[in-house]
Design a protein around this ligand. Structure first.
Ligand code: DHE
Length: 503
């Protein structure tokens, strides 16, 4: 048996804690499972489970997929994909063993090198044949890019008529917000299993794709439209691509000054600073990489008080509000001086990447949902003081608003009340409305049209929907059935880095 297969079997046996003859029986069963994997799965998912035509099947990439869902995908296949149903080929016990096998870490994680990245690069069209103007009738700055998590598809929606303009299959498990070229023509996606893709919203066609790693967090696009930077968990790298065709420029191992190899928590672009800002998950550093002029992309290392999971910026991008899931609270880092300037009182697990800011009276405030506690923390961005903790009906994930809306919308994502969305009055900081768009189903993530007159909410369920609301009357305008729609992104709001939207 090849070493890599041996090691997978031994890890699983060790994990399950078998002894003596039980161990021999289990080892035989696991070897049989590996054989089944090689026979049926490896052709699409790779001999080392790192993906191929199908997604990677490593615990790192399957983390958000619950085991019963994986079992269902194996037995029934996945609609609108190449994944066939195996319930007539594998027994229920074999499917159970297969699921255990897929969720077992590989002892020696496979490598992903620059040669792998370059070899994966595909230019899908001759770009010289493409029109420079929109080849559809929708307002290009009021299009929505909608991620359909349940079917791994993307819908491009006209933000005036709320009709579909295009729909296409994405790579497995897109995560993080898609990012746009400064003119809004191109949208860039990152999938959890490492694929970065570029889509042309004028011509409604995919332009290029490159696999930058085995497990990717998210990507950012420079404000001059020249560079795409992707951050990975596996391997711990930053990968810089040419934004034109997604060819590899260079990759960087994310190693702290103390020598600690780190995963990347997230990468963002900071437009007024002409730089990318990167949070590292396993070492106490944030990195800033300037893309002004002729950049060398050598990171400026900013020492943080803790390893950072998540952060957001002040409206002028001078300060970074950061948190670590391990830390009690958060910290403010001055990007000019490179110093942590104060702690911020944030309980639980604030999800700062989903935080938003707005003007309350004459002053900027910042509000963040919390993944572990039912509350929204509101901070004064001048004094860094906590203004209010607004109790909600459960822990939430996302928040959104628009300069023309008097409400900040936030969801209850976890717990028994996940059907709820709260509308917080941005001036009184009281909950003004609580909606239950589809009782019993998880309501989450909203995005406004470019003018703020309407917004679209996701009902995150296999039999879910996009629900369009009039932002003032809160009346439902339209309901579009959809399988687990997750994030939605309005092109105009995103390229303007508009108040109330994500970065
Ligand atoms: Fe996300 C954005 C981190 C789990 C859906 N998520 C982000 C961003 C970060 C992040 C740092 C901002 C990046 C960006 O937009 O470019 N997410 C994390 C986690 O650490 C966490 C808790 C665990 C993990 O496994 O990664 C996590 N996220 C999830 C989910 O389980 C969600 C709900 C479903 C999924 O797709 O995996 C999820 N995350 C999202 C979405 C965004 C996002 C839809 C973009 C929001 C936006 O409006 O911009």
């Amino acid at each position: 048996m090849p070493l890599s297969r041996m090691s997978t079997v031994s890890s699983l046996v060790a994990l399950l804690g078998f002894t003596g003859s039980a161990l021999a029986a289990q080892t035989a069963e696991l070897q049989a499972t590996e054989q089944l994997y090689n026979q049926h799965c490896s052709v699409c998912h790779g001999t080392q489970r790192i993906g191929g035509a199908g997604p990677a099947l490593l615990p790192e990439s399957l983390g958000r997929l619950k085991k019963p869902e994986a079992s269902k995908a194996i037995s029934e296949g996945r609609p609108a994909s190449q994944m066939a149903a195996y319930k007539d080929i594998l027994s229920p016990a074999e499917i159970d063993s297969m699921v255990d096998f897929l969720y077992t870490p590989i002892d020696n994680p496979p490598a992903w090198t620059d040669s792998d990245t370059s070899a994966s690069h595909r230019l899908l069209v001759d770009t010289s044949t493409l029109a420079d103007t929109p080849q559809h009738n929708a307002d290009p700055l009021n299009l929505f890019v909608v991620v359909e998590a349940g079917t791994h598809h993307v819908t491009i929606l006209d933000g005036d008529t709320f009709e579909s303009v295009a729909r296409f299959q994405s790579h497995f498990a897109l995560h993080g917000g898609p990012k746009f070229s400064p003119d809004g023509r191109y949208v860039y996606f990152a999938s959890r299993d490492g694929w970065v893709s570029k889509y042309d919203l004028h011509n409604l066609t995919m332009i290029a794709e490159t696999r930058v790693g085995l497990n990717t967090r998210n990507l950012a696009v420079s404000n001059n439209g020249r560079w795409v930077l992707a951050g990975n968990y596996l391997p711990g790298t930053l990968v810089l691509l040419n934004a034109d065709d997604l060819s590899l420029v260079k990759s960087m191992d994310t190693i702290g000054s103390d020598g600690t190899a780190s995963r990347v928590s997230a990468v963002y672009t900071a437009p007024p600073r002409d730089s990318f800002v990167v949070a590292l998950k396993d070492t106490n550093e944030a990195w800033e990489l300037s893309y002004a002029g002729t950049p060398d992309f050598v990171p400026r290392r900013i020492i943080a008080q803790d390893a950072l999971d998540d952060f957001s910026f002040t409206p002028d991008y001078r300060y970074l509000l950061a948190t670590s899931r391990k830390a009690k609270g958060g910290q403010v880092i001055d990007l000019d001086s490179g110093k942590s300037i104060t702690d911020i009182p944030l309980p639980g697990m604030p999800h700062l990447g989903s935080g938003i800011y707005w003007k309350r009276g004459g002053d900027w405030v910042f509000a963040t949902p919390n993944i572990s506690q039912g509350l929204i923390s509101v901070l004064d961005l001048k004094t860094w003081q906590l203004i209010k903790e607004i109790p909600t009906e459960g822990p939430g994930f996302f928040m959104r608003s628009h300069a023309n809306s008097k409400y900040a919308w936030t969801d209850v994502f976890f717990g028994p009340n996940q059907e709820v969305v709260h509308l917080i009055d941005k001036q009184t900081l009281e909950i003004a409305h609580t909606l239950r768009p589809m009782p019993g189903k998880n309501a989450a993530h909203v995005e406004f049209t470019n003018d703020g007159s309407h917004l679209i909410l996701s009902v995150w369920d296999t039999e879910g929907a996009l629900i369009v609301y009039d932002a003032k009357t809160l009346k439902e305008v339209k309901r579009i059935p959809m399988n687990k729609p997750s994030g939605k992104y309005n092109v105009g709001n995103k390229i303007e880095f508009a108040e109330g939207t994500s970065h």
